[in-house]
Design a protein around this ligand. Sequence first.
Ligand code: GLC
Length: 527
Amino acid sequence: MAWYINAVFYELYVRAFADSNADGHGDLTGLRQKLDYLQWLGVDCVWLLPINPSPLKDDGYDVASYYGIHPHYGLMEDFQITVEEIHRRGMRVIIDLVLNHTSDQHPWFQEARRSKDSAFRDFYVWSSTPDKYQGVPLIFPGVETSNWAYDELTGEYYWHRFYHSQPDLNYDNPQVRAAMLDVVRFWLDLGVDGFRVDAVPYLFEREGTLCESLPETHTFIKEIRKVIDTDYPEAVLLAEACMPPDDLLPYFGQGDEFHLCFHFPVMPRLYLALATGDRSSVVNILDQTPPLPTGGQWATFLRNHDEFNLWLVTPEEREYLWDIYAPLPEQRIFTGIRRRLAPLLNNDPRKIALMHSLLFTLPGTPVLYYGDEIGMGDDVSLPDRNGVRTPMQWNNTANAGFSGAKTLYAPVISDPVFGYQQVSVQAQQADVNSLVHQVREFIMARKRLPVLGSGALEWLGDLPKQALCFWRKSDNQQVLALHNLAAEPLHVQLPESVILHDVFTGETVSGSVVLDVYGYRWFTATP
Ligand code: GLC
């Protein structure tokens, strides 16, 4: 079984994790000092948000050089040591691969915009009018008004799907494709175990289309995959492509494109099910989820570094989710919500546990977002999505133990509920009933139950709508996971002719069980 099928990923932002040299920015040395924590938690693979040199207008997703490390984070040697230290602990590491665009500070773009005759002009997508590719949606509505930006220097427009400081690369140019394959090899040679590939659908543009998921994109992804299969067979490609599962299926190819794709639409439906006390949206989306080619796996998550994205729900569901989970205008951004997991759930420990239980038992490889395992808060007074990217809260000393600097890249959360004075790794490690211990227990249980990584999903029938109850089954293991989405206890009749053992308490049960308000239970079954 490929390692990523039953792994737990942990997404972190080097800048936010730990600052070793008191300059106010987290760095790779700081990360190395915290690897024991990640190992203790049970993380299998660390995903680092962009670490390349960047003006940080989009937190590193605006790459100014693919071949370096941002000076705040350390030297290339730091990166190499960090990779070695991660591997020494039996963990792996993937990094972001930002294919679609660069920063406007990247030398390629600086050179391209110098003149229409520049040798690098064709690295980007230019037009004398902003009329091409009409109808292509805006990804950052409210901030950008067009996918074209006018360049004063040469009097032409360049194409950008994200901020105008992120010009799209021109994948029709074979030099661009070759350059990015070199980038892929460079980081794999340094020992990374793969990539979270950013903004995958947008690589090519064609008139008369939405410029998304074009056949040419698949051809190029296959080229990347070939490099991996030929020379780095253990490495993985994880796609960020925010689409319904049917549209994502092609990104697995015949097992010759991505190993993993984020299953975006599950996430908002988990929150919807919890808010309505009705499982149907989760059941529907998973019933619509096609089987994957061998070696393919979904990646699932409760929150990430971006807004809680509401693209893939109906307009009515979107309004409902906004009303429930982002009642204040400042909690909303783009087509989504800029809040963290614990505040979204009113810091209700029962709901936080329930959502984690779903994450760890439904199909897919779970991806945790740093800080959510201790229930960190957010700060909506910060611009953009920065409010969910504040410093990790290690202990209750100044700056949450994140840094010895006077000024930090962003303030630590210090409000009365979510502040580091209350919420920190140290405080929770000392309390066996804390969230971090609970998350760790889920992770440890999952490691003992490989069926949760690869088993088939089967709903437990004939239950009231607040019951989200299902089997995960493989040839040699069966797990029954019960979840109560409602604020009243729930009586569940258990299947007959099996003996069920509670995964966490060892208790043997039969007949029926009563789930607490927002309760969950996991059982292994012996026929
Ligand atoms: C992805 C990233 C997001 C970034 C965008 C542009 O969606 O997750 O943070 O802004 O790509 O690179």
